[in-house]
Design a binder for this molecule. Structure first.
Ligand SMILES: *Cc1c(COP(=O)(O)O)cnc(C)c1O
Length: 520
């Protein structure tokens, strides 16, 4: 019974005898936790080792699970062994394997041993650190880790606690958007009067994440007062400061009040980078709050050669990054830094009697409940701390550089095949590309301008590639172009998976070109 695996076999043998007395007397029995926990850790380790046996994209049909599971919850307790059987046979087929090495869809959600175990540890402590007293370590570790991480990204001092700012960990960027908009709104309305809320205007580009539109709606921005400034392919879909300025000047002339600009570093469709320095200049002339959404691209800033993408960030007011996207910290972990936390606290503070305590009253501690929407909060800093310590800056940089190198190699393959084109120059670890019909072997050379047919052909290509189960990619539609996104970022991806993906894409491109020769 010395090693873990022996322990496991020992209890597994007894699985048929009633185990339930312990679990039913107390649902947090340490012996049962140890036994089931070891079993589950082994299960997860095996899942990661054997993940390539599964199709990347799940093949189930809508409603599949209702046919497999009973209509009601069990009245009597069920043993973990039974539950795990159902996980294997019913749940796994309905999983799209985000951690699969051939996963290149959306933006991957890079996981890691440290991230997963940090998540487990946070659940193990089970603390709810809404204020300092509710768990001092939860609050203090978060402030330390946010300064560490901010320093790694070379964020200017005013964003850090060691300056006059500070950071907070939220669930997702959607929450960060709402919280920043509320702070900016209240600050502006204190200046111009509460009755002017209908005058406020929020600016972004037509490539800004859709969550901003939702957030603006939630905080009461008048419908129609979110200006999604048009971008162009010629400018790689980045927001032009001149276009922003024209939009703002036209609005000001009409009596609207500019409130907020959301600039993006690494847009979701094509990883476009909005130029912060000139955008902040325009925004500041008109008294706007500038938020920088670096959900995906921000991580790259830990590498000195990428830091320039956020040049000018010193002119903005807040900056957010999803550590659960390209930073090996499991969902959820959105890191938000603000220069003026007081603006946040003025909008979001609550002070009910039942939460009063000496530490809070002294004013000398942070109560994170006042920095966010929800009261209760998870101990998320633990997993980010574990990621930073377990790998160190050196390894984290080389993980990211490895992904970038694989994307570069893929870009080269695409560029070297004249049936394909790279739609916008690659940034970070994502390649935007498509098949074109003006190529050799398509049987025609006069229909290259027919975007509709091109788009349809690429849509078919994507369906076939994803249907193969060997690769999963997604698409975007920008400037009327339907493009395929090849996003490297899954932790298990190796160069051979990129080569294999390219092979799959080429095979299906061959087949599709065959179809098109028939059709045209
Ligand atoms: C993924 C993404 C978001 C949304 O992030 P959530 O954490 O899911 O809310 C916002 N902006 C950009 C640029 C993204 O890539």
């Amino acid at each position: 019974m010395g090693s873990i695996s022996n322990d496991f076999e020992f209890v597994a043998d007894k699985a048929m005898t009633p185990l339930l007395t312990t679990t039913t007397t107390n649902p947090m029995n340490s012996d049962e936790f140890r036994r089931q926990g070891h079993m589950l850790i082994d299960f997860i380790a095996d899942y990661h080792s054997n993940i390539e046996q599964y199709p990347v994209l799940s093949r189930v049909k809508p409603g599949y699970l209702r046919q497999l599971l009973p209509p009601s919850a069990p009245y009597e307790a069920e043993p973990i062994e039974e539950i795990m059987k159902d996980i294997q046979s019913h749940i796994i087929p309905g999983i799209t394997h985000w951690q699969h090495p051939s996963y290149f869809a959306y933006f991957p959600c890079s996981s890691s041993t440290a991230g997963i175990l940090g998540e487990l540890l946070a659940a193990g402590f089970g603390v709810v650190g809404f204020n300092w007293e509710a768990s001092p370590a939860a609050t203090e570790l978060e402030t330390i880790v946010m300064d560490w991480f901010g320093e790694m990204l070379s964020l200017p001092k005013p964003y850090l606690f060691s300056g006059d700012g500070g950071g907070v960990i939220m669930g997702t960027t959607c929450e960060a958007f709402i919280v920043m908009l509320v702070a900016a709104r209240d600050q502006k309305l204190a200046e111009i009067g509460k009755d002017k809320i209908g005058k406020l205007v929020v600016y972004c580009s037509d490539q800004t994440h859709c969550a901003l539109q939702k957030a603006a709606k939630v905080v009461g921005i008048r419908p129609g007062n979110v200006r999604a400034v048009a971008t162009t392919r010629a400018a790689s879909f980045a927001l032009s400061p001149d276009s922003l300025e024209s939009a703002v000047l036209a609005d000001v002339e009409m009596g609207w009040v500019p409130l907020f600009l959301c600039a993006t570093i690494g847009t979701t469709s094509t990883t476009a980078v909005d130029p912060l320095q000139p955008l902040c200049q325009v925004a500041k002339q008109h008294g706007m709050w500038v938020h920088v959404d670096a959900a995906y691209g921000g991580s790259a800033c830990i590498c000195p050669e990428f830091r320039h993408v956020i040049d000018g960030v010193e002119g903005a007011d807040s900056f957010s990054l999803n550590a659960h996207k390209w930073f090996f910290t499991t969902l959820d972990c959105c890191c938000l830094w603000v220069k003026n936390p007081d603006a946040l606290k003025r909008s979001l503070s609550t002070n009910p009697e039942y939460l009063r305590n000496q530490a809070s009253d002294s004013g000398g501690v942070i109560d994170y409940k006042d920095w966010q929407l929800t009261l209760s909060r998870r101990f998320r800093s633990l997993k980010l701390w574990m990621v930073l310590r377990s790998y160190g800056v050196a390894n984290l940089r080389s993980f990211l550089r490895g992904h970038v190198a694989m994307a570069k190699a893929f870009e080269k393959l695409v560029a070297g095949d004249d049936r394909f084109e790279v739609v916008v120059p690659r940034r970070f670890a994502m390649v935007c590309f498509r098949m074109t019909r003006t190529s050799e072997g398509s049987g025609s050379d006069d229909d290259g301008g027919d975007e509709g047919a091109n788009n349809l052909m690429n849509k078919k290509l994507l369906e076939r590639v994803n249907g193969s189960g060997r690769v999963f990619m997604t698409h975007a539609l920008v400037g009327g172009i339907y493009l395929l996104r090849f996003a490297v970022g899954s932790t298990l991806t190796e160069p051979e998976h990129v080569m294999e993906a390219w092979k799959v894409i080429q095979e299906h491109a061959d087949a599709i070109q065959g179809d098109y020769i028939h059709l045209y």
